[in-house]
Design a protein around this ligand. Structure first.
Ligand code: ATP
Length: 199
């Protein structure tokens, strides 16, 4: 599995459609200060479901949409597509190439798609969760993040390890199942009350 292409449309400083093609191995992005290198990394984290504006170096989520320059007007939507080569089948999906797309409108709300089919954030998270590329991904180490990992509490460090080992997905499923179970036992108790009233 490797990242094949990243296409940005209206994302941060990338007003026009821009496609970056990667090959297996090492890719270096070079450029002068402020030319958009970190914006490329932001686009990667965003398309994989990042929900925090701060992690994307903005104050609010809509800050990822091209805000306009002296020459170009602001845009109303941002879209990023990430194509992953899955010929080794690491992603649990029957496609040798997987494209994840996230779109956001200035009015708010994000839409996701997997190979052009609308998907939920949860679907994206589950698809990526065993690859170490999930929401709290550790494949992307931002500026200053190493310090944060080194000074993390034991509980936070355990979270990093669980995410990397793919345990977090099962923990989330367990939590959802427990919530359902709780609401079912409330309903069962209510049914029992009604049944005893009818006796
Ligand atoms: P450095 O080498 O200094 O870290 P960089 O190449 O990583 O720089 P970025 O931080 O990726 O640069 O890009 C910063 C540029 O992106 C700034 O010029 C900023 O104005 C522009 N930018 C960020 N968000 C938006 C937006 N929503 N609309 C338009 N431009 C934006």
């Amino acid at each position: 599995m490797y990242l094949k292409t990243l296409t940005l449309r209206g994302f941060k400083s990338f007003a026009s459609t821009t496609t970056l093609r990667f090959e297996p191995g090492i890719t270096a992005v070079v450029g002068p200060n402020g030319s958009g290198k970190s914006n490329v990394v932001d686009a990667l984290t965003w398309v994989m479901g990042e929900q925090g504006a701060k992690s994307l170096r903005g104050a609010k989520m809509a800050d990822v949409i091209f805000a306009g320059t002296a020459l170009k007007p602001a845009l109303g939507r941002a879209e990023v597509s990430l194509t992953i080569d899955n010929s080794d089948g690491v992603l649990p999906i029957d496609y040798t190439e997987v494209t994840i797309t996230r779109t956001m409108f200035r009015g708010g709300g994000s839409e996701y798609a997997i190979n052009g089919t609308p998907a939920r954030l949860l679907d994206i998270q589950e698809l990526l969760s065993d690859t170490g590329m999930g929401k709290q991904m550790h494949v992307i180490v931002g500026q200053g993040q190493l310090d944060a990992i080194l000074s993390a509490t034991p509980v936070e460090r355990r979270g990093f390890i669980e995410e990397s080992a793919g345990i977090l997905k099962h923990r989330r499923r367990k939590e959802r199942a427990l919530r359902k179970l709780e609401s079912m036992s409330d309903k069962a108790a209510r049914v029992q009350d009604l049944a005893s009233e009818l006796k």
